[in-house]
Design a protein around this ligand. Structure first.
Ligand code: ADP
Ligand code: MG
Length: 271
């Protein structure tokens, strides 16, 4: 696949939840084209359908109307490597950090077969290299409950990346962390993205986070969600915390904030 191939496409997608009179439209007329290697951040009021879009792309949910195409086929039809990370890292407490990170390799083909053959030894180095990249060198043998929230989220990133996914779905991954830890993780995630250029979908409520990491930001309206703004973010890479104090950066986060405030007011104004 070349560098500018289309990896994700949503065509006039509608998602309706619930039955009959209880049902409601969660996502309305959403059309979206994402090229391979883009870093897409999605922002918008709570409940506007951001996680729903991630689920559609991951093939975990079918649209009520419209089509979701991933790597040229209906979402979920092709075995394409997808990595996911959520706000809560949910590690298995009886496994070590290394074993937790290796878990996808035991499940996801084509890794699962070679994992069994090689008994995982080859993959150990890969895990340790990733742990080093996220600042967790030497923590592979610890158990999850021995690590802080920030450390767990670093390990969570490793687990999402261990099978070298082409699509990385991140749903508010840093939402529960303090500002300093969060900013450290932005730099790490940026570095990982520059190195391997997966296509990333990042859902976040933190507009600075979106502006720091993304190459493109989608702003969504309140329920039913629609994309109301779609803009490229072209600050030079690697971005640093200094970038976040530059005029262009501050102006961007202001503009995003206004869009979301308006979207929320529009929702409140509805009966
Ligand atoms: P966001 O991630 O933007 O906060 P979601 O995509 O999780 O929003 O949800 C959009 C709307 O759809 C919300 O009102 C949510 O309560 C509702 N919703 C999400 N998933 C389901 C489901 N499986 N069944 C019923 N309602 C759902
Ligand atoms: Mg959500």
């Amino acid at each position: 696949m070349n560098a500018h191939a289309r990896i994700v496409q949503l065509d006039a997608v509608r998602v309706r939840f619930g039955r009959e009179r209880e049902s409601f439209l969660a996502l309305d007329q959403t059309t979206l084209k994402v090229e391979d290697g883009e870093f897409v951040a999605m922002v918008g009021p709570s409940g506007c359908g951001k996680s729903t879009i991630l689920k559609l792309v991951a093939g975990l949910l079918q649209p009520t109307e419209g089509a979701v195409i991933v790597a040229g086929r209906e979402a979920g039809a092709e075995r394409i490597g997808i990595g996911m990370a959520f706000q809560n890292p949910t590690m298995l407490p009886w496994l070590t950090i290394r074993q937790n990170i290796m878990l996808p390799l035991k499940i996801v083909e084509p890794y699962a077969s070679s994992f069994r053959k090689e008994k995982g030894r080859l993959f150990r180095d890969k895990v340790d290299a990733l742990l080093e990249k996220v600042g967790l060198a030497g923590f592979g043998d610890q158990r999850p409950w021995e690590l802080s929230g920030g450390m767990l989220q670093r390990a969570n990133l490793c687990r999402a990346l261990i099978h070298e996914p082409r699509l990385l779905m991140l749903d508010e991954p840093f939402g529960a962390l303090d500002q300093f830890t969060r900013e450290e993780l932005w730099a790490i995630l940026q570095e990982l993205w520059i190195e391997t250029r997966p296509t990333v979908f990042l859902v976040t409520h933190d507009l600075r986070e979106a502006a720091f990491l993304a190459s493109r930001i989608l702003v969504m309206s309140a329920r039913p969600g629609r994309v109301i703004d779609d803009r490229n973010v072209s600050f030079a890479r690697p971005r640093t915390l200094d970038t976040t104090y530059e005029d262009g950066f501050v102006a961007l986060t202001h503009a995003l904030r206004s869009l979301i405030v308006t979207a929320r007011q529009n929702q409140e104004a509805r009966p």
